[in-house]
Design a protein around this ligand. Structure first.
Ligand code: PA5
Length: 441
């Protein structure tokens, strides 16, 4: 399903970059398989494509059908790992223009992923007087942004449909036992879905966190899981032929050789949000203890006309990982007898052929400019391809964290802003910190 070209790393990494890491890779793979490395309690995602809760999966499919029937709009409330995966998959498979398309599934809007008043007001006016349902997603059940958004949309639903009607339109995805959202969902009698204890937020797209909104968009979630299961089977085989081992070793060698930024590039515009998901996955997993590649992303060829200059000649601190999908269709460039634009040398050629040459030319130019390249190639964008790619990136991320000797499954740094925000908002218990911060502002 996935092929990896590492030939454009020659001269940038030592010849033995893979073999010299074989022992560490074997150790990392074993820690992932046995759940006994740092953060091992949060490695349930490793076997999720095989061991997922089948009964809950059927409930997700049934709930998705119900939402499709009851509403023209689904508001998905969540942030970080409780948001990015669903949006990434929906945009990649159904288009960033999903809401604009003619379809028999609801429009899907995302809320609670920020604190912008303008964005909230815009969303409320976009919903207008249409029927809507809400999927509120928070593993901890206490994150401020989604909690505030949920309070607002819950009230809107209750005003529109009454308490009983609102209950039928609210779907809560949260911890099985803890947190304010769990308490509220139990008390109000919402349909509940579980974020498994052993799966952290950014690894949770293949749980109810991602699957319910994805299914509402009409995407075949069985095919998505089956693609992930294929990846799980292929990547669990230890050895230096394993593409995940190769990619993790290459990233680590490049990082140790001074390349501090990994630029994820794709030639498909719907990939943009998938790259956002990828950035969180890698940024939160590796960026700690003063270490970690900085994950960045670009959309080609558009960004060749904006970021291309920097990539070619700016600070030599990055390498590129290009994700290439086979095209889903074909479009031939027409002939023009007048040839005023001088483009007849392309007449009859497919747009995909032109894109392919653009990609090949760009890779060589960037390599010549000191930007090593990794190429990941996949079949056409489809649920199983995307499931495969999700698992591939998750698995490489786990291996990479262990090569870097960090815990890839915690995120202690995220707490710092939250504590300051709570103190400044006057949350009870943060009084001393508030006085201290006010002095500094
Ligand atoms: O990856 C993570 O753990 C985070 O990005 C969380 O998903 C994010 O902070 C949201 O947390 P919660 O789902 O608890 O509201």
């Amino acid at each position: 399903m996935l092929s990896l070209d590492l030939t454009k790393l020659r001269g940038f990494v030592p010849e033995d970059y893979l073999t010299s890491r074989s022992e560490k890779l074997a150790g990392a793979a074993s820690m992932l398989a046995n759940h006994n490395g740092p953060g091992g309690d949060f490695t349930g995602w490793v076997t999720l494509p095989r061991d997922y809760d089948k009964e809950e999966f059927a409930r997700i499919q049934a709930a998705a059908k119900r939402i499709q029937q009851q509403s023209q709009v689904l508001v998905v409330i969540g942030i970080g790992g409780s948001y990015l995966g669903a949006r990434a998959v929906i945009e990649l498979l159904c288009s960033p223009n999903y809401n604009l398309k003619k379809k028999d599934t609801p429009d899907i809007y995302f809320a609670g992923n920020g604190l912008s008043t303008d964005a909230l007001l815009e969303l409320i006016s976009l919903i207008g007087d249409r029927d809507f349902s809400v999927n509120v997603i928070s593993k901890s059940g206490t994150t401020t942004e989604p909690a505030v958004a949920f309070r607002i949309f819950k009230q809107m639903l209750e005003e529109k449909y009454g308490k009983e009607g609102a209950r039928e339109r609210i779907y809560a995805t949260t911890d099985k036992a803890r947190g304010a959202l769990k308490g509220l969902a139990d008390q109000e009698g919402y349909e509940e879905f579980v974020v498994p204890d052993e799966v952290g937020g950014r690894y949770s797209v293949l749980t109810a966190v991602g699957l319910l909104p994805i299914a509402v968009a009409g995407i075949d979630i069985e095919a998505l899981m089956s693609g992930a299961a294929q990846a799980m089977e292929a990547l669990s085989v230890p050895g230096l032929d394993n593409p995940a081992w190769k990619y993790a070793a290459a990233r680590h060698a490049l990082y140790q050789g001074g390349k501090k930024v990994e630029l994820l590039a794709c030639y498909e515009p719907p990939f943009r949000f998938f790259a956002e998901w990828w950035k969180q996955l890698y940024g939160e997993s590796e960026g700690k203890e003063g270490k970690g590649l900085f994950p960045a992303s670009v959309e080609f060829t558009a960004d060749l006309h904006s970021m291309g200059q920097y990539i070619q000649q700016g600070e030599r601190l990055m390498f590129e990982t290009v994700v290439k999908f086979a095209p889903r269709g074909e479009f031939l460039i027409p002939n023009d007898p007048d040839n005023v634009d001088g483009l007849n040398f392309l007449s009859g050629k497919s747009l995909a052929f032109v894109a392919e040459q653009a990609m090949r030319g760009t890779i060589l130019a960037h390599v010549d400019g000191g930007v090593p390249n990794i190429l990941v190639e996949l079949p056409a964008i489809a649920p199983d391809t995307v499931g495969y790619l999700i698992y591939f990136f998750e698995y490489v991320c786990g291996l990479s964290g262990y090569l870097l000797e960090v815990n890839p499954f915690d995120q202690p740094g995220v707490e710092a802003y939250k504590k300051n925000m709570f103190a400044l908002l006057g949350k009870p218990g943060y009084e001393a910190q508030r006085a201290e911060l006010e002095k500094r502002l």
